[in-house]
Design a protein around this ligand. Structure first.
Ligand SMILES: Nc1ncnc2c1ncn2[C@@H]1O[C@H](COP(=O)(O)OP(=O)(O)OP(=O)(O)O)[C@@H](O)[C@H]1O
Ligand SMILES: Cc1cn([C@H]2C[C@H](O)[C@@H](COP(=O)(O)O)O2)c(=O)[nH]c1=O
Length: 633
């Protein structure tokens, strides 16, 4: 806004003002075309914190230079030319900054909190920031009305302020968020820039999830572009003018905010992959409703649904880009998606505005139909097709009826698998990496419970049943190459038998069950360790256990290097213990992520301390649980 207003302020005729405004906007989009495809390589190749800091410092200097050059040159031609060049450079730098930032954020948060973080970020970016910017510019303009020709004109002040925000961001990221550099130290694998660039494109092409995300996002943005481009003519076709257009546009944004703010609460546990496709289909159907709306009231309803569908799809899409795509390629995927989205949006806005301008009205079956409506109907159909395509590419619950699944999630009765009453017992699970002391603590807690007159059932995974023992032999002792999917299924099979044969009967009798490992081990080892999709592993375990959840999970957290050393001193390394340290580090962080996403269900303990102190900490928590639940005493 500041740069476009600055450019228009430098010229006087209305044609020149229009050209200056449009020129600045066009220049802002140009770098996306030129630089977008390789911007992601920067984010994957270099330290993301330094990339962000350097980009912000450059933007600070460039923004400040626009009013400075204007004041010093005292020549409209020079000022506007430099504004255009600086704007181009700012946008170019922004193209490099954005994938670095987007790729860094998922490493700073537990996976379970990323959706919340994205909600906050989207509301700030598209809600709070533009409104505050518009208000600031109104206030600054009215305060400085008399000083339009000096260095302190409103647009100059806005630009200096803008420059300072980038300086503040650079300082914050450099000194305050050092963790951004944390997990990226081993990223440079000696590959050339071109190889990394091509690898990124190949990854987008061959990964169904990313393909689905790209189809869906591009379809949604093309539809949004058509709605924006055709908007003024559409308002006319409803018999309204600028006020109707303003109302529809405003409603679209209200819908967007509603989708982003309330969507996750509405759909509860529905698979995010299904939610993404379904939201695009919903937004596209609403675009079709706009096309056939007979009057403004129906069109306002349509705009509300277009906005909320788009908001939900945007939130689900950005969250999945963060949670489902590996750190090493995430920058390139973000770079690719943002570039494609900008180009599609720009093209669809300008093409649709041009087309409806020339299109006029057509006579169809004796009815006068404006070309705007035909275009909107086509956009609705294309968008819905993109949504269905995305849904099919990404569906993680094939065979589960879609509408029933959505209704189950909305009505809080998700279509889980054979969910049964867990009984009145207490189910305590010990989790953590290798050698953290789970078995040691299970024995200590069992002994304490016996002193209190309880007879706990002590069990473990894998291997608590006869079948489980054979599975344990296969997954841990065998030298065979087991594929990740087969491994996940073997652990799930052990778990199904374990729950049916040992855990549920004991809980039904009201006993306390202490299990050394459960579902979280699969999420951590097969999900994060083997880098399989977490929600697929989760679904498999839910199916295997009939959705039986522990009452408390005690997570013993320890540096894997220390744990593996402890375990190695005890016995030789098995198939999983022999995995790399990086594998075990991923496992550790996955356990911590799970605990921080649901802190009430976990007790996280530093396992490097004295075993007796750890046992005391556990007893204190169990004591509270047993006292609160008289059935177990
Ligand atoms: N807090 C502790 N400090 C030091 N050593 C410990 C501690 N707790 C347990 N150990 C020792 O570490 C080794 C591994 O402990 P334990 O078998 O209880 O771990 P675990 O988590 O069950 O391991 P795994 O998952 O590999 O079966 C044992 O030799 C045990 O005596
Ligand atoms: C339940 C479960 C376990 N694992 C792995 C984790 C360990 O390496 C072994 C079990 O050995 P322990 O000495 O009994 O702790 O199996 C896994 O990868 N996935 C799982 O679901």
């Amino acid at each position: 806004m500041a740069t476009a207003i600055f450019a228009t302020a430098q010229v006087s005729s209305s044609a020149a003002k229009g050209a200056a405004f449009g020129g600045v906007i066009a220049i802002r989009l140009l770098p996306a075309l030129i630089l977008g495809p390789i911007a992601g390589v920067f984010a994957d190749r270099f330290d993301r914190r330094y990339t962000m800091v350097v980009c912000d410092l450059l933007r600070f200097v460039l923004f400040a230079s626009i009013p400075l050059v204007g004041t010093l040159a005292r020549n409209a031609g020079v000022a506007v030319s430099w504004a255009a060049i600086a704007t181009f450079l700012i946008e170019t730098v922004g193209m490099i900054w954005a994938p670095a930032k987007e790729a860094a954020v998922p490493n700073l948060l537990p996976k379970g909190k990323l959706e919340r973080a994205n909600q906050l970020s989207l509301v700030m970016t598209y809600g709070v920031a533009p409104v505050s910017a518009a208000l600031t510019i109104v206030v600054v303009s009215s305060l400085l009305k008399a000083k339009t020709d000096t260095w302190a004109s409103p647009s100059n002040i806005a630009l200096y302020f803008n420059a300072l925000t980038f300086l503040a961001a650079a300082v914050t990221v450099f000194f305050g968020i050092k963790e951004i550099s944390g997990r990226s130290a081993k990223r440079d694998k000696g590959e050339g820039v071109l190889t990394q660039f091509l690898d990124g494109w190949r990854y987008v092409g061959r990964t169904p999830l990313v393909r689905g995300l790209v189809f869906g996002m591009l379809g949604a943005f093309a539809g949004a572009g058509v709605v924006i481009g055709a908007g003024p003519f559409y308002a006319e076709s409803l018999g309204g003018g600028d006020a109707s257009f303003g109302m529809l546009f405003g409603t679209l944004f209200v819908g967007l905010a509603i989708g982003i703010a309330l969507g996750p609460r509405l759909i509860g546990t529905l698979s995010r992959k299904r939610w993404f496709g379904a939201s695009i289909v919903m937004a596209s159907c609403a675009v079709f409703l706009l096309a056939i709306a007979p009057h403004l009231a129906v069109a306002v309803l349509g705009a509300l649904f277009v906005g909320s569908g788009a908001g939900m799809a945007f939130l689900a899409g950005t969250t999945m880009l963060g949670t489902e795509i590996g750190d090493d390629v995430r920058g390139r995927v973000f770079g690719f998606v943002w570039t494609a989205v900008r180009v599609v949006l720009m093209l669809s806005i300008s093409l649709s505005a041009t087309l409806v301008g020339f299109g006029g009205t057509r006579l169809i079956f004796g009815v006068n139909v404006s070309f705007t409506r035909i275009l909107l109907a086509a956009a609705g159909i294309v968008g819905a097709m993109a949504g269905v395509l995305a849904f099919r590419q990404m569906d993680d619950r094939p065979g589960v009826p879609v509408l029933k699944d959505i209704w189950g999630a909305v009505s809080r009765r998700p279509l889980t698998v054979g969910e049964t009453d867990p009984g009145k017992g207490l189910f305590i699970v010990f989790e953590g990496g290798e050698g953290v002391g789970k078995s040691t603590q299970v024995v200590k807690l069992a002994a304490w419970l016996r002193l209190r007159g309880q007879e706990p059932v002590v069990t473990r995974e894998p291997g608590a049943t006869d079948i489980g023992m054979r599975i344990r032999g296969l997954v841990l002792d065998g030298k065979d190459d087991i594929s990740p999917r087969a491994e996940a299924l073997l652990y799930a099979a052990d778990r199904a038998q374990h729950v049916t044969e040992v855990v549920r009967p004991a809980l039904a009798e009201g006993r306390v069950v202490l299990s050394d490992r459960y579902v979280d081990s699969s999420l951590a080892y097969q999900g994060a360790g083997r880098t399989m999709a977490a929600d697929e592993i989760s679904w498999l375990s839910t199916w295997a256990t009939g959705a039986l959840k522990p009452d408390l999970t005690i997570l013993l957290d320890l540096d894997p290097a220390v744990g593996l050393k402890r375990a190695g001193e005890r016995s030789g390394a098995d198939r999983i213990e022999s995995e790399s340290l990086a594998f075990h580090e991923r496992v550790r962080y996955a356990f911590l992520d799970l605990a921080s996403a649901d802190p009430k269900s976990y007790l996280v303990i530093d396992a490097s301390g004295d075993p007796e102190k750890i046992a005391l900490e556990i007893r204190e928590r169990i004591d509270v649980l047993l006292t609160r639940e008289p059935a177990h005493v």
